[in-house]
Design a protein around this ligand. Sequence first.
Ligand SMILES: N[C@@H](CCC(=O)N[C@@H](CS)C(=O)NCC(=O)O)C(=O)O
Length: 198
Amino acid sequence: MKLYWAPKTRSLRLVWMMEEIGMPYERTRIDIRNDDSRANAEFRSASPMGKVPALIDGSVRMWDSGAMCAYLADQYPANKLAPPIGDPLRAEYLMWLMYTNSVIEPAMAEKFANLKPNASAYGWGSWDQMLAVLRKGVDRGPWVLGQRFTAADVLLGMSCMYMRQFKLLDVEPILDAYANRCMQRPALQRAMTIEAEG
Ligand SMILES: N[C@@H](CCC(=O)N[C@@H](CS)C(=O)NCC(=O)O)C(=O)O
C-alpha cells in the first residue's frame, strides 16, 4: 500500500489509521504548495484534485480520508476497527464514521467564516448542534461506540484535536477528555513521531 501524505494536514488521520491496522505501507510525501510535486502522475491518478491524503492499494485509488478509513477497516480487519456487516453496531459506526467529513468539517467552515447559522437549511445543522451531538456521542466513552475503538474514533479524535488546536473550543471537558484518550493510543503516538520526522 502507498499513502501520499504531507505533514500538518488531514494526512495525519491516515498515518494514524495505517498504524492502527498494522499492515506494511509506504509513505510518499507531497509538497502541497509545490505544483511539480502535486503533478506527480501516480499521485494524481489517486487524487484528481491534488489533495492529500491519497491511497493506492493494488488497483484501488482513493482520495477521501473518510472513505479511506472505511475501506482500510473493512479490507484489513485483523485489528477489528469496524463492526462487520451484520453486526447491529455497524449502523451507529457508519454514522460516526461520516460525521467528521459531513458534519464537523462544514460546521467548522461555518464557524471560521462566521456564517449566520441556519440549522434547518444546512445539512450539518449548526456549529452548536454539531458540538452538542458530538459531546453526547463521546460522553459514555471511552470510545464513540463504548468499549470498542474503531476507525470512527480516528476521524472524530483528530477532529477534536484540530478544534482544540485552532482554538475553536472554549471549555469542553468531555471533548478534551476524549481527545486525551485518543492521544494515548500508541498508534497515534507513532503517527505523530512520523509526522514530526517528516
Ligand atoms: N475531503 C478531503 C480533504 C483533503 C484536503 O483538503 N487536503 C488538504 C490538506 S489538509 C490539501 O491537500 N490541500 C491542498 C490543496 O487543495 O491544494 C479528505 O478529507 O481527504
